[in-house]
Each structure stands twice: as structure tokens, then as C-alpha cells.
Write a protein that binds this ligand. Sequence first.
Ligand code: URA
Length: 212
Amino acid sequence: MTSNVTIVDHPLVQHKLTLMRRREASTAEFRKLLREIGLFLGYEALRDLQLGKINIETPVCATEAPVLAGKKLTFISVLRAGDGLLGPMLDLVPSARVGQIGLARDEKTLQPTKYFFKVPKGLAERTTVVLDPMLATGNSAVRAIEEIKAVGAKDIRFVCLLAAPEGIETFTKAHPDVPVVTASIDEKLNEKSYIVPGLGDAGDRLFGTKGV
Ligand code: URA
């Protein structure tokens, strides 16, 4: 395993992930569980944030206490399932700026093409966390990071719920400088590029759009 990939193996995360994977989990359950796990993933992805000290008074005494003092944060969701991780990330850092990238697969080249791109200015001075629950082939994630590097982002992390070994390999080869945080590296991709055992289509499960 490459050292740039962190698997959040907390028992509660693994338990909740199992609940989410189940075919019978409702849209409401799936959403809630993604939010809960997203908090853990977010804490892990931001583990190295810099701290400074401020003086405060508790009811007991004056003291010096740690507060965030590093670069400002930007969260970028890869549409549309990435939006399911935005809520928990914003719970952790309500002041973060938010961007969104829309990528669709070109049926001729099978490569992702960009149909939406709106990110805050000044990414070069900020820490950017890119969010996409499923790292499957890795092609969209690689492209998303290329796009945000092209507008100056340097300090980047990638957060996903599940990854396939194929996606991890493609991603870490293309962007060895970008740490990946995930709850699981599953077995493989199937012939339709779904993660196995996976959880199906994350966007459909999150938004209740299966068969629509
Ligand atoms: N995207 C999904 O939503 N699910 C997969 O299994 C792979 C890609």
C-alpha cells in the first residue's frame, strides 16, 4: 500500500459502511450514514492542519489554547455524488469556501470531459480537499485534480468513501503529491467499472434517482 493512502479503519466507520452498502438501505439511511462517515474522513484528511495559540478564559482560569492558524480551506465536490460529502466537511469547517466540478464520460474516448467548473479564486494559497465518494477507475479524480492544479492549487487532498485498487493505482501514479483518505479499498472493478463489492451508484443512492 502506498504511504499516501490512508484507510480510516475505525470500527464505527467500518460498521456504518457495512450498513450503507446493503441493498435495502433507504435513501435517508444512506445519506445519514455518508454524512456520519464523512465527518471521520474529514477529520483524517485535515489531521495536519496547523495550529496557533490564543489566550482565553475558562470559568476556572486564564489559559493559552490551540486554534486553527494555517491556510484557509476550500472543499471541491466532484458532481454529483461529491455533494454528499460536502455537508460533513462544512460541519467541520463552516467557513470553508466551496467549489464544484462536473465531469461526464465522453462515450467515444471514454475519458471524462468537463461540463461545469466553478471554484473560488486563490487556490494557490489555500488547502483544497476534493470530494468524490467513489474512486473507481480513477479517471475522473485524476482529471478533477488536473483541473484544480491548472488554476493554481498545490496543497490538495482527495477524500473518497470507497476505492478500487485500480483507481488507487491510477490516481497515485498521476498525482503522487495528493494524499488519499478513504474508508475502504474494495476488491476490484467489474466490467461496468462499478466497485466490487461496492455499494452501487453512489449518486443514485444518495439522491434516490435509481431508475429515473
Ligand atoms: N461510481 C459509483 O457511483 N459506483 C461505483 O461503483 C463506481 C463509480
